[in-house]
Design a protein around this ligand. Structure first.
Ligand SMILES: Nc1ncnc2c1ncn2[C@@H]1O[C@H](COP(=O)(O)OS(=O)(=O)O)[C@@H](OP(=O)(O)O)[C@H]1O
Length: 357
C-alpha cells in the first residue's frame, strides 16, 4: 500500500526512577572526574617543578630529602606519579671515598632533571649484588620522569678492579663523575672515619672473638695517623690503606682503559667545599642539562663550617654530622713529608696526578 510518507519518531518510554538513576550516575561520574583532576593538579603543584627539555615541557618530580640523607620530605612513603618509572642510572659517581661524594650527590639532586638513588647500592663492586642481575639493580633506582637523569653513587666502585668492565657491559655511554681531593687531606679524612667507626663498633653484646677482632682494630685505630703512616725508618708508609686510596692514578688508569676520557669528569672536591656552584656548573654542562642550580641553593652554615643546601621549596638542610668531621691535628712537617713523598712518586712517573679545574 502506498501513501504519503510520514516522518515517524520512535519514542522510548523511560520511567521516572530510571531517568533519575541515569542522571545520578552521570553526576557521580562527573564529580569523580572533577575531583580527580583537581587532586592531581594540586599534588603536582606541590611536588612538581616544570622544566623545558628539547622544547617540550615536562613535569619533573622533585623528590627531595631531608637533612638525614635518605628521608623524603612531605610523604611518609616514597610517592610516585603515573608516567614515572625506575631506570638504570645514566650517570654514576664512582668515587673517591671521603672526597665529598655525598655532598656532590645531594647538590646535584637539587636539579629538576636529576633523580638520585637513595643509598649506596654497591651493585658493581659486590658479587652478591651483581649476581642478582640488572633488574635487581633497576628496582633499587628511584622513580623518574622521561628526560630525567638517574644518578647513583658508590665510592668503592672507583677502586674495585671488576667495576669498570661491569659498568661498560651495562651502558658503554654512561657518564662518570669522579670527585678527588688533595690526597693527604683525603687520607686524614679516611683515617678519621675509620677511627670513629672502630670506636663505635665494640658493643657489650658482641661475642668474644668479635670483641677481640674489634679491639685489635681499635688498638690499631687508636694509634695516631702519624704512627700508622710513617715507618720506623722515617719514610712514608705507602702501603697504609688511607694513603694507598689517595694514589688516584692507579685506579683511574683502569677506568681509562675501558671508557673514553670524555665520559669521565673529574670534579674538584676542595673547590666543592669552597665554592660548590663552580663545580656544579661544570657538571650541568657535562651532563648536557640546563644550568638550573644557582647560588640561592647554597648558604654557608657557620656552625657546621660547610655549605648547606636550600631547595626551591625553601627547605634548608645540611649534611649529617658524619660529613665534615673535625680532623686530628697532623704535624705540619709530616703533612709536608706526605706531600713530598706523593710528589716524588708523581715526578718518578709512578703517579699521574688527575687534573681538574
Ligand atoms: N657541604 C658539605 N658538607 C659536609 N661535608 C662536605 C661538604 N662538601 C664536601 N664535604 C666533604 O665530604 C667529605 C665526606 O666525603 P664522602 O661523602 O665522599 O664520604 S664517604 O666516602 O661517602 O664516606 C667530608 O669529609 P670530612 O671533612 O673528613 O668529614 C667533607 O669534608
Amino acid at each position: 500500500m502506498s501513501g504519503p510518507e510520514t516522518d515517524c519518531f520512535i519514542v522510548i518510554g523511560v520511567s521516572r526512577p530510571k531517568l533519575a538513576a541515569i542522571f545520578f550516575s552521570v553526576m557521580l561520574i562527573s564529580l569523580f572526574l572533577t575531583f580527580h583532576i583537581l587532586y592531581d593538579s594540586a599534588v603536582y603543584s606541590i611536588q612538581a617543578a616544570t622544566t623545558i627539555s628539547d622544547g617540550n615541557k615536562i613535569a619533573i618530580l622533585t623528590n627531595r630529602v631531608s637533612h638525614l640523607d635518605n628521608q623524603p620530605i612531605g610523604f611518609p612513603h616514597r610517592f610516585h606519579f603515573p608516567k614515572t618509572s625506575r631506570k638504570l642510572p645514566q650517570c654514576l659517581i664512582i668515587g673517591v671515598r671521603k672526597c665529598g661524594t655525598r655532598a656532590l650527590l645531594e647538590m646535584l639532586n637539587l636539579h629538576p632533571r636529576i633523580q638520585k638513588a637513595a643509598g649506596e647500592v654497591h651493585f658493581f663492586d659486590r658479587d652478591e649484588n651483581y649476581n642478582k642481575g640488572l633488574e635487581w639493580y633497576r628496582k633499587k633506582m628511584p622513580h623518574s620522569f622521561r628526560g630525567q637523569i638517574t644518578i647513583e653513587k658508590s665510592p668503592s666502585y672507583f677502586v674495585t678492579p671488576e667495576v669498570p668492565e661491569r659498568v661498560r657491559a651495562m651502558n658503554s655511554s654512561i657518564k662518570l663523575l669522579l670527585i678527588v681531593r688533595e690526597p693527604v687531606t683525603r687520607a686524614i679524612s679516611d683515617y678519621t672515619q675509620l677511627r670513629s667507626h672502630a670506636a663505635t663498633s665494640i658493643l657489650p653484646s658482641l661475642t668474644t672473638s668479635i670483641q677481640q677482632q674489634a679491639s685489635q682494630t681499635t688498638s690499631s685505630i687508636s694509634r695516631t695517623f702519624e704512627e700508622l703512616s710513617i715507618l720506623p725508618n722515617g719514610t712514608v708508609n705507602m702501603f697504609y690503606r688511607p694513603l694507598v686510596l689517595s694514589m688516584y692514578h692507579q685506579f683511574i688508569l683502569r677506568w681509562l682503559e675501558i671508557f673514553p676520557r670524555e665520559q669521565l669528569l673529574l670534579v674538584n672536591g676542595d673547590q666543592l667545599i669552597e665554592d660548590p656552584l663552580s663545580q656544579i656548573r661544570r657538571i650541568e654542562d657535562f651532563l648536557g642539562i640546563e644550568r638550573r642550580i644557582s647560588q640561592h641553593n647554597f648558604y654557608f652554615n657557620e656552625t657546621k663550617g660547610f655549605y648547606c643546601l636550600r631547595t626551591e621549596m625553601g627547605d634548608s638542610k645540611c649534611l649529617r654530622e658524619t660529613k665534615g668531621r673535625r680532623h686530628p691535628d697532623v704535624d705540619p712537617k709530616l703533612a709536608i713529608k706526605y706531600t713530598y713523598a706523593y710528589h716524588t712518586l708523581v715526578k718518578q712517573g709512578r703517579i699521574v696526578q688527575p687534573e681538574c679545574h
